[in-house]
Ligand binder design. Structure first.
Ligand code: ATP
Ligand code: MG
Length: 394
């Protein structure tokens, strides 16, 4: 039987919540692999087994598993049954592992055995020695415990042992959905997709909100955001993206407020509108891609003033990260290339030359008194469009 054995890490620490997390992870896996001919996803003690069908392509399964939060590492494995007849069981394991090893290129190796069920009448070290000696005799290769070319893993469960040679890295984190929903303010830039990713990794389901400048700018920023949301949907399988027209709201702000304060006013309006959508979606927080001091809108004073416009918590997972760190992460998660395409972000529309970097809340409130804020929020919400994304697409 060809299968993938998946290991999780933090889940194991979650005490009484563990069955709940395992159940979530297994359900996510069934959905993520649904078009690849997988025959079963089964929780085993301390790990999850994904049984592959005859025609299931491992490369495709591998690529999908690398995007399932909660998985720390996984490997393509085969199994041998464990019977009360110990010598016969050992022979079966040796011959199966011998066959697998024959297909591998290596000079040095080690065997790493683990017993999930301690009732097996040999210690892990005994098993390692026994199988190691067999592989040595069979291949004439050397053992290296510290730096082997090949690590042969053997996992002893109650009724069967799984053996494998190559460990693949999972993304880590916690299974999607177990930390509730958050509304992610997403621009076409580099930062906000990374911010959304980081919250998704901590098990939040992301609902996306994008403010576009139509009719004053082209659809380019919106197309980028759609592409970015499509890429991020691979991690959560289903996404909702709210597209809010913001060009006209910005125009009204320009007409009624001094130039240096516009950016903070835009941000506060975005937060108010996003918060309404967040409530509809039952999100518990807003998420932005702010990083402290990166641009004028991200000074301590301005972040505080924006914060004040929201009732829900505003999460800023990138607040302490450098642009270089954020960029590297954007490259790893596959959003960078889209983010750097040129566009006409609504934020670049009506942007003042010298924005205020130390806005006072009192002053800003006075300026806002000149606007019918409720009407502006309503205007944004009235014309909002909803786009849905699914992965795999069918
Ligand atoms: P990013 O790379 O995410 O665009 P940035 O460095 O360009 O961020 P700002 O333009 O100040 O910084 O935006 C800060 C945050 O405000 C963004 O990370 C995003 O969460 C939110 N935001 C900005 N513009 C938009 C928009 N048009 N629609 C939705 N959210 C936005
Ligand atoms: Mg931006």
């Amino acid at each position: 039987m060809r299968c993938a054995i998946l290991h999780y890490h933090e889940l194991a620490l979650k005490g009484r919540n563990r069955p709940y997390f395992e159940h979530r992870l297994a359900r996510h896996l069934r959905l993520a692999l649904r078009d690849l001919g997988v025959t079963q996803v089964a929780p085993l003690p301390g790990r999850i087994r994904v049984t592959l069908g005859e025609d299931t392509a491992w490369e495709l399964v591998k690529a999908r598993l690398a995007k399932v939060f909660g998985v720390v590492h996984f490997s393509l494995a085969q199994s041998v049954p464990l019977t009360p007849d110990l010598p016969a069981t050992l022979e079966a394991m040796k011959s199966a592992i011998g066959e697998m090893v024959r297909e591998q290129q290596f000079n040095t190796f080690r065997v790493s055995a683990k017993r999930a069920d301690k009732r097996f009448p040999m210690t892990s070290m005994d098993i390692e020695r026994e199988i190691g000696a067999h592989v040595c005799a069979l291949t004439a290769k050397r053992v290296s415990l510290s730096n082997p070319d090949l690590t042969i893993s053997v996992e002893m469960l109650t009724k069967e042992a799984y053996y494998s040679v190559k460990r693949e890295a999972g993304p880590g984190g916690l299974p999607t959905g177990s930390s509730g929903k958050v509304a992610c303010l997403i621009s076409g830039g580099i930062d906000s997709p990374v911010a959304a990713y980081r919250m998704m990794k901590r098990a939040c389901r992301a609902v996306f909100v994008h403010f576009h400048g139509r009719p004053y700018v082209s659809r380019a920023s919106e197309e980028k955001v759609r592409e970015i949301v499509e890429a991020l949907t691979q991690y959560q399988l289903y996404s909702r993206l709210y597209l809010v027209p913001f060009g006209d709201i910005q125009r009204k702000i320009v007409l009624g407020a001094p130039a240096p304060f516009r950016i903070v006013l835009y941000r506060r309006m975005m937060v108010r509108i996003a918060e309404e959508l967040a409530r509809r979606e039952r999100c518990w927080a807003l998420v932005t891609g702010d990083s402290l001091g990166q641009v004028a809108s991200q000074t301590p004073e301005n972040l505080s003033v924006v914060e004040e416009a929201a009732q829900l918590p505003i999460l800023r997972p990138l607040i302490g990260m450098d642009k270089i760190e954020i960029t590297e992460q954007a490259q790893r998660i596959g959003t960078f290339e889209t983010s750097i395409e040129p566009d006409q972000d609504c934020c670049k529309l009506f942007v003042p030359l010298h924005p205020s970097t130390k806005t006072s809340l009192d002053h800003l409130r006075k300026i806002e008194q000149g606007f019918d804020l409720g009407a502006l929020v309503k205007q944004g919400l009235e014309q909002v469009e909803l786009a849905e994304f699914k992965f795999p697409a069918h």
